[in-house]
Design a protein around this ligand. Structure first.
Ligand code: GDP
Length: 368
């Protein structure tokens, strides 16, 4: 899982060891205090207060973006790398740092990390390290790795979604609608959630609303039999909204806890499909709308999520097939890009191959 991205990052961290040996060690007292160009947002205020006017320099796009973020970050709690860097030790120079950042940028883009997320990570690392000094007890490799980890952690922050906690606060029946294009693993993910809910002692009803394909109804029926849960279905070409309505009525009358709605997944640009999703959503009034995306699709998964979000407004994401995903780009950037959390990731074809997603889980897989 994520092996290619992980090894690219490792290469970059290794390269920083080479730079490390070129860097001069400076003690705090060696540093002239009144150097305006050394001013950064996190320096102590007594060093910053210098009346001299710095020379006019052309300001690059990176610098502008960086400056706009400085104000926000000033009051933030100290990150791990801020504990390693300070005003004494070896100085991190701009040129070798920029070379490393260029390589990091290429590695992230090649791993299908979305462009805005890549930029955010690069700027985060730059902010953490440029013109800073790090203690003799650390290697530059450790410092760079920690700074990258901090920047990735910031990008992943949106991923907090406690499904069990959320579920326990809802009124029954909870209605969860799943959307996504065919082949992403939507039906399998629904079966996995049904299995999880059964383990939580919640009663489940499946609604076979992909009436476009007879095979889809059949496939969901097989899962329902295996898991011993109720399925509400009609024949092929029936109105999917009517199936959803029936399933919810059944759940209400039988006091079932959760309705899981499977939906069709013809290409997301298909207008009929989008209209169908809107109609199901309007009639079923789902408590939660989940987009199911295939991690292997990388940036395409992000584009698909945007289309479904634009049509019905999704609340959370399930990312499938991460067990076969070497790149990690979708896992790293989908939640940040569309602003919705990843609730679960699927890492295999068995019912138990469903893991709650959080930032530390992802960080561990990338940096362990
Ligand atoms: P749907 O068309 O979106 O409903 O997709 P399916 O649920 O039928 O899954 C399509 C294929 O992907 C099936 O062969 C599944 O076994 C496989 N699949 C689903 N989830 C995963 C996963 O997390 N990992 C792997 N390796 N395969 C998966």
């Amino acid at each position: 899982m994520f092996d290619s991205l992980k090894s690219k990052l490792k290469n970059i961290f290794n390269k920083s060891s080479e730079i490390d040996s070129e860097i001069i060690y400076e003690k705090k007292e060696d540093i002239p205090v009144a150097e305006p160009e050394k001013k950064t947002f996190s320096q102590p205020s007594e060093i910053q207060e210098q009346p001299s006017i710095p020379e006019e320099k052309p300001v690059s796009r990176k610098e502008q973006l960086k400056k706009s973020k400085e104000a926000k970050k000033e009051s933030a709690p100290k990150s791990h790398s801020e504990k390693m860097v300070g005003d004494s030790g070896k100085k991190i120079k701009e040129d070798p740092l920029d070379d490393l950042l260029d390589e990091l940028e290429v590695a992230l883009l090649e791993s299908d990390v979305a462009y805005p997320v890549t930029e955010e990570i690069i700027l985060g690392v730059r902010d953490n390290l440029l013109n800073k000094k790090y203690g003799r007890q650390f290697t530059l490799e450790e410092v760079v790795e920690t700074a990258v980890k901090d920047a990735v952690r910031n990008v992943l922050k949106i991923n907090e979604f406690n499904f069990e906690g959320w579920l326990n606060e809802q009124k029954s029946p909870v209605v969860i609608m799943f959307v996504g294009i065919n082949g992403t693993g939507k039906t399998t993910a629904i079966a996995k959630i049904a299995n999880l809910l059964s383990k939580m002692e919640k009663s489940v009803v499946l609604a076979a609303c992909d009436t476009f394909r007879a095979g889809a109804i059949e496939q969901l029926s097989i899962h329902a039999d295996r898991l011993g849960v109720k399925i509400v279905k009609q024949s092929q070409d029936a109105d999917p909204s009517a199936v959803a309505f029936d399933a919810i009525e059944h759940a209400k009358s039988k006091r079932k806890d959760v309705v899981l709605i499977d939906t069709a997944g013809r290409m997301q640009t298909n207008n009929n499909l989008i209209d169908e999703m809107k109609k199901i959503s309007k009639i079923a009034k789902p408590t939660l709308k989940i987009f199911v995306g295939d991690a292997l699709a990388g940036n395409d998964a992000i584009e698909q999520a945007k289309v479904f979000d634009g049509a019905i407004g999704i609340d959370a994401i399930i990312l499938t097939k991460i067990d076969t995903d070497a790149k990690g780009g979708a896992a790293l950037s989908i939640a940040h890009t569309i602003g919705k959390p990843i609730a679960f990731v699927c890492d295999g074809q068995e019912y138990d191959d469903l893991q709650p997603f959080d930032s530390e889980w992802m960080l561990e897989r990338l940096f362990s």
